[in-house]
Design a protein around this ligand. Sequence first.
Ligand code: ADP
Length: 260
Amino acid sequence: HKSDDPIGDAEREVRDWAKQKTTEINQLKAQEKFRKEFLSNISHEFKTPLFAIQGYIETLQDGMIEENPEMAASFLKKASRNLDRLSYLIHDLDEIAKLESGQIVLNKEKFDIQTLVKETIDDLEDKANTANIKLNFNTKGNNPIYVRGDRKKIQQVLVNLIDNSIKYGNRGGQTQIKTIPLIDQILIEITDNGQGIEEKNLPRVFERFFRADKSRSREVGGSGLGLAIVKHIIEAHQQNVHVRSTEGIGTTFSFTIEKA
Ligand code: ADP
């Protein structure tokens, strides 16, 4: 529109332009900061198990095998556990990289979520038994509930969430898994009665490498990427994932999936 104040208009235009540039620069700076933090997190996550393995092997080479074969065996076991961690880490990083670059094409199909939950519980039963945790599927009847999504990816979501409920649950406790029909979606809830998550940390648990309790999380292994992967997969399905938790009482993770 025409203005009676061309100089004022020009000034405003320059000001707007400068404002936009500042925003762009700030965005670039934030990206750069994020990239640096990400790299430093990755190298830290790799260094911890690598240095541990190095330490165990050096001690073994220094004569421990002859001097104390029992301890040597336990060191080998620890070295092997740290190797497992490295391999989880590489697998999860690979997964995240693919998800974030948008390379992942969802293979959507119609499947029965009840069967998938049961299969996943079966797969994790041994691990749960070792931790003395019971996995309960609270479902009414044996009727199938059909949903639409990438079955393999949804299984990954279930594995990550149930696995966390075992890792952070209480020994002797239990995990409740529920599938709840909504109007157009099915809501899936995984509830443990573990230590819970501090309220201030709740919004951060889906961030890559975020760990609420560093020592406990390190002890139970994992890559710190499990929930970031969960969030990516659910958002790729244009669905929601949510967490609620009360310290000392337990945690519920829930997500939705569209009905078929
Ligand atoms: P990881 O388990 O490998 O550390 P995740 O991304 O799966 O990584 O989880 C991130 C963090 O969130 C964990 O380190 C832990 O502190 C917290 N967390 C996840 N699930 C639970 C749970 N069920 N109960 C308590 N804390 C949890």
